[in-house]
Design a protein around this ligand. Structure first.
Ligand SMILES: *Cc1c(COP(=O)(O)O)cnc(C)c1O
Length: 404
């Protein structure tokens, strides 16, 4: 059923060479590659469809609007979202989180508490710190253990009637941990707090059902699910989206404008000021189609095989330590070799055509927790192979021999 060579043929970039070697792309947690089915949609848009949406009576504008709104429906179906106007197009995860954090400014009081997990991406920390500065609310941290798992008993202890918002990633981009978001959502709701889940890193591996989760906000970026950069989504429960004020003012988001007063458009347009990334939105829908045609169960089981194999083979290297050993994790391996800076390993791997990420992965608090400057991170997608794992392991061995 799952035919990786057939899948790889869909990704033109996987044929290129880097430094005279076949590219081995293992930086999927930073961004995924784009299949030709999605590239074709992008090309087709500019060759056949390009027009501004929503306002035009002419055919091109109507066709572009239809394609864009079709993409919204695809996203709605993918996440089992109840109403299409609960899908807000944004420029990505970072934009989505800032939109919500900004909206809460008028809803919080001094002394209210916000809980953040210890393993968040900076984009799910900094906007909340800025919100706390504006409102006098207090940010508290749900701690984690050495394996990179949240301490749920500590979470229970932090929750109180003061808790207004809890935010957490579904999957950690630095460690791969799959967090127990269902439990987090239930417990937060029991004290009346809203929950925002950063699904950016979960989205390529797990199909989330927002109604089953009963989550208040769920957020992703298209570029992690084989779509283009510069587009993403914010799911918000209708009741919350009605309560939050608009984030940006401009065209598209208004009902009526005079110099005395402006009234806002209905959802979703209230949060979609200006001309959006129309082509990107349509390609986002096509990317979800592509991944759904393969199937998220097939993707997850294949990636788990790669994860197990890569973990086993990397751990054969003496002095190699993996950070993020949660029982429940996706195909992300963060590691270091004793006595070697991660940057040096990354540089040598690049010479061998292997793309990994080195550094703090936009999650400095995690690196502080482990008292390390950063890690080497290899993250695997459904288009990677066991042979590529072997090339990585050989490369790490070579780097080690050169650097120690
Ligand atoms: C990639 C990522 C982000 C940031 O996404 P952008 O597309 O850069 O806005 C945030 N959180 C997690 C968990 C991520 O993996």
């Amino acid at each position: 059923m799952f035919n990786v060579s057939k899948i790889r043929a869909d990704f033109p970039i996987l044929n290129r060479e880097v430094n005279g070697k076949p590219l081995v792309y293992l930086d999927n947690a930073a961004t995924s590659q784009t299949p030709k089915q999605v590239i074709d949609v992008i090309v087709d848009y500019y060759q056949r469809l390009n027009a501004n949406i929503h306002r035009g009576v002419h055919t091109l504008s109507q066709e572009a609007t239809d394609a864009y709104e079709q993409a919204r429906l695809k996203i709605q179906a993918h996440f089992n979202i109840a109403k299409s106007h609960e899908v807000i197009f944004t420029s990505g995860t970072t934009h989505s989180i800032n939109l919500v954090a900004n909206g809460f400014t008028s809803l919080l009081n001094k002394g209210d508490e916000l809980l953040v997990s210890a393993m968040e991406h900076h984009s799910n920390i900094v906007p909340w710190q800025m919100l706390c500065e504006r409102t006098g609310a207090v940010l508290k941290v749900i701690p984690m253990n050495e394996n990179g798992e949240l301490l749920m008993a500590k979470f229970d202890g932090l929750l109180s009637h003061k808790t207004k918002l809890v935010f957490c990633n579904h999957v950690s981009n630095a460690l791969g941990t799959i967090n127990p978001i269902q439990e987090i959502i239930q417990k937060a709701h029991a004290v009346g707090a809203a929950v925002l889940i950063d699904g950016a890193q979960a989205s390529p591996h797990i199909k989330a059902d927002v109604q089953e989760l009963d989550v208040d906000f769920y957020i992703i970026s298209a570029h992690k699910v084989c779509g283009p950069t510069g587009v993403g989504m914010l799911y918000g429960k209708e009741s919350w989206l009605k309560k939050l004020p608009p984030y940006q003012g401009g065209g598209e988001m208004i009902a009526e404008v005079t110099f005395e007063e402006t009234t806002y458009a209905d959802l979703p347009h209230k949060f979609e000021a200006g001309t959006p990334n129309i082509c990107g939105g349509i390609a986002f829908g096509a990317a979800l189609d592509y991944m759904n045609a393969i199937g998220f169960d097939a993707i997850a089981s294949y990636e788990n095989e790669l994860l197990d194999y890569a973990t086993q083979e990397l751990l054969k290297i003496q002095g190699l330590k993996i950070y993020g050993t949660a029982a429940n994790k996706t195909s992300v391996i963060s590691f270091n070799i004793q006595g070697i800076h991660p940057y040096d390993i990354g540089t040598i791997l690049d010479k061998l055509g292997i793309a990994v990420r080195t550094g703090h992965h936009c999650a400095q608090p995690i690196m502080d927790f482990y008292k390390i400057p950063g890690t080497v991170r290899a993250s695997f997608s459904f288009y990677n192979t066991k042979e590529e794992v072997d090339v990585l392991v050989e490369g790490v061995n070579r780097a080690k021999a050169m650097l120690l």
